[in-house]
Design a binder for this molecule. Structure first.
Ligand code: NAP
Ligand code: G3P
Length: 508
C-alpha cells in the first residue's frame, strides 16, 4: 500500500478556508452559533484552523441522526462492517504522512511520532475488522446445570448497544478516538465523536476516511466544541447509549456522576511508578525510564511518572538518567526533536508549580527546570519525598521525580497509596520476586523489565481506582460495545415427538 505524499483533495470538503466544519449525516456543516474555536500550533503559535463551536441544538440533532441510523448499520452484515473498517485502515495508512503532519502542528507531537500514531490507528482498524468473531455467540443446553431443564436450549449472539459517544484526549486525538470508533462500528453501533478541542482538526478527518470507505451517512457523526461547554450535555443525553472516554480522571469522574446507569469505558490518568531493585539491569532501566518519562514530553497517561530506586543503585541510576536526559534534543517537532512544546501555557504553569513545590521542600535538581515559551526542559528531581505534590500529582510533562526507598514493601506502599492505578513497573532479574511484587500492586498492568505502555493494542488496557473503569484493547472494546442477545428455546420434551413422527398411511 502506497502513502499519498501529495495534498489530499478529498479533504477540501472539510473546511472553508481555515474554518473546519462538523459532520452529520454525511454532510459538512457550519454551526449556527456563528462561533469558532482557533486551534494554534503549540510550538510557534501559528493558527492551524478554526473548529465549530457547536450548539446544544446541534448536539441534539446529531444524536437524533445517529439514533435514526443505528438500524441500517446493525442490519448490515458483520462481514460488510468489517470490510468498511479494512478499507478505512488502508485510507488511514495511505494518508498517514498528511495526517501526521497536521497532528504534529495541532498538538506538538514530533513528526515521526505523529505519523506513527496515525499508522497505529490503521493497524487498530484492520485488527478490529479481523476480530469480528468476537461477535459470535454460543449455544447452551439447560441440563448441564439443572437436570429438569433438558428442554431448554439458549442461543446467544451479540448485538450493538445503540449510539456510542466517543470522546478522546489531546495527546492521542486520532488514535484514541479511532480506538473507540472502530470497535463501536464493528459491533453495529452508530457513533457520535467529540474530539479534544486541541486535536479536533486531525480527528475530523475520520469523516472523509469513513465515508470514502463506504460507511453509510449518519452512522458516524461528530461535533466540535469545548468539552466544558457541551461535554455535560453530550454525556448526559438520554439517547446516548454508551460512552467510551479517554482523558483526565477529573473529567472521567464528572462523566460518571452525570450518566447514571449508562455503560461507560473510562481510560483516565496515571501515576505509574517504576520500582528499581538492587539487581536491576541498569542500562535497560535507564533506557526505559528516559524513554518512558520524556516521550511526547511526558504527555502520556502511561508515562513513567515516578521512580522508586533501592539505595544500592539509586545514585548511579539518577546520574545515568540525568546524563541521558541532558542528551535529549529540544525544539521544533517538525525536525523530530525529542522534546517539544507542552500543549498549553496553562499546563506549563502547572508543571512548573510541581517543580517549584518540590524544590522548595528540599528536592535536589539534577537537570532541567528551564522553560522557554511552551517548552520545558527535561527535568530530573532527586530525593523527592512524600510531602511533595509531584510524588502524587500527575505531572503530564517532562519531569521525573526519584523517591528513594529502603524496601520492596515501602515501594508497594508508595505505589498503592496513589489515587491512580494505571500501570506499574518492576526492574529486577529476580522474576519470582517480580511476580510477587506485581501481585501486591493495585494497578491494571505491571510491566516487568519494561516501561509502561498501552500497546500492543490487542493487549487488555485498563486502570483501577482513579485511572479508569472497564477494559480497552481490541477484543475487550468490541465486547464492551455490544451485549448478548439471548433466545431460549423451550421444547415440549426433547426426543418425545420424534417417535410420533411417522409417515401417514396413504389414504386410498
Ligand atoms: P481532559 O481535559 O479530561 O479532556 C479529555 C476529553 O474530554 C476532551 O475531548 C475534552 O474536550 C473532553 N471534555 C472536557 N470536559 C468534558 C465534560 N465535562 N464532559 C465530557 N467531555 C469533556 O483530558 P486531556 O487534557 O485531553 O488529556 C490528558 C489527560 O488524559 C491526562 O490525565 C491523561 O493521563 C489522560 N489520558 C489517559 C489515557 C488512558 O488511556 N488512560 C490516555 C490519554 C490521556 P476539550 O478538549 O474540548 O476540553
Ligand atoms: O496517554 C495515551 C496512552 O494511551 C499512552 O499510549 O501507547 O504511548 O503507552 P502509549
Amino acid at each position: 500500500m502506497q502513502k499519498d505524499l501529495r495534498g489530499v483533495p478529498e479533504f477540501d470538503i472539510m473546511r472553508q478556508g481555515k474554518d473546519y466544519k462538523y459532520y452529520e449525516m454525511g454532510e459538512w456543516k457550519v454551526s449556527s452559533s456563528g462561533k469558532t474555536i482557533p486551534i494554534s500550533n503549540p510550538y510557534n503559535g501559528e493558527l492551524l484552523g478554526n473548529v465549530q463551536a457547536c450548539t446544544k441544538d446541534e448536539v441534539d440533532h446529531i444524536i437524533a441522526t445517529a439514533k435514526e441510523n443505528v438500524e441500517c448499520w446493525e442490519t448490515t452484515p458483520i462481514k460488510e462492517r468489517s470490510d468498511v473498517l479494512k478499507r478505512a485502515a488502508k485510507l488511514i495508512y495511505k494518508w498517514s504522512e498528511h495526517l501526521g503532519n497536521i497532528l504534529m502542528q495541532e498538538n506538538g507531537k514530533k513528526l515521526s511520532s505523529a505519523i506513527s500514531e496515525i499508522e497505529r490507528t490503521a493497524l487498530i482498524f484492520n485488527a478490529t475488522a479481523e476480530s469480528r468473531d468476537q461477535l459470535l455467540g454460543e449455544t447452551l443446553v439447560g441440563d448441564v446445570l439443572e437436570a429438569d431443564s433438558r428442554e431448554k436450549i439458549s442461543m446467544t449472539y451479540r448485538v450493538p448497544l445503540g449510539v456510542i459517544l466517543c470522546i478522546g484526549p489531546f495527546n492521542y486525538p486520532f488514535n484514541l478516538t479511532g480506538s473507540k470508533i472502530a470497535p463501536a462500528l464493528l459491533a453495529g453501533n452508530s457513533v457520535v465523536m467529540k474530539p479534544p478541542t486541541e486535536g479536533s482538526i486531525t480527528a475530523s478527518h475520520f469523516g472523509v476516511i469513513l465515508e470514502t470507505a463506504g460507511l453509510p451517512p449518519g452512522v458516524f457523526n461528530f461535533v466540535t466544541g469545548r468539552g466544558s461547554e457541551i461535554g455535560d450535555y453530550l454525556s448526559s443525553h438520554p439517547d446516548i447509549n454508551m460512552i467510551s472516554f479517554t482523558g483526565s480522571s477529573s473529567t472521567g469522574q464528572r462523566i460518571a456522576e452525570k450518566t447514571g446507569m449508562k455503560p461507560l469505558l473510562l481510560e483516565l490518568g496515571g501515576k505509574d511508578a517504576a520500582i528499581v531493585l538492587d539487581d536491576a539491569d541498569l542500562e535497560m532501566t535507564v533506557r526505559a525510564v528516559v524513554s518512558g518519562a520524556f516521550s511526547y514530553n511526558g504527555q502520556r497517561c502511561t508515562a513513567v511518572k515516578r521512580v522508586l530506586p533501592m539505595p544500592s543503585i539509586a545514585n548511579e541510576l539518577v546520574e545515568r538518567v540525568t546524563e541521558e536526559a541532558q542528551k535529549l534534543t529540544i525544539g521544533n517537532p517538525a525536525e523530530n526533536k525529542d522534546i517539544g512544546p507542552i500543549i498549553s501555557s496553562k499546563q506549563c504553569d502547572y508543571i512548573q508549580e510541581l517543580i517549584d513545590d518540590a524544590l522548595e521542600k528540599g528536592a535536589k535538581l539534577k537537570c532541567g527546570n528551564k522553560r522557554e515559551k511552551n517548552i520545558i526542559w527535561p527535568t530530573v528531581l532527586d530525593y523527592v519525598t512524600e510531602d511533595m505534590r509531584i510524588a502524587w500529582e500527575e505531572q503530564f510533562g517532562p519531569v521525573i521525580p526519584f523517591i528513594r526507598i529502603q524496601s520492596a514493601d515501602e515501594a508497594i506502599r508508595i505505589s498503592n497509596q496513589s489515587q491512580y492505578g494505571l500501570q506499574g513497573m518492576i526492574f529486577t532479574n529476580d522474576i519470582d520476586l517480580a511476580f510477587n511484587i506485581a501481585q501486591e500492586l493495585e494497578v491494571g498492568t505491571i510491566q516487568i523489565n519494561g516501561k509502561s505502555s498501552r500497546g500492543p493494542d490487542h493487549f487488555p488496557f485498563l486502570g483501577t481506582k482513579s485511572s479508569g473503569m472497564g477494559t480497552q484493547g481490541i477484543n475487550y472494546a468490541i465486547k464492551n460495545m455490544s451485549r448478548p442477545k439471548v433466545v431460549v428455546m423451550n421444547l415440549t420434551e426433547r426426543g418425545k415427538l420424534v417417535h410420533e413422527c411417522v409417515a401417514k398411511e396413504d389414504t386410498p
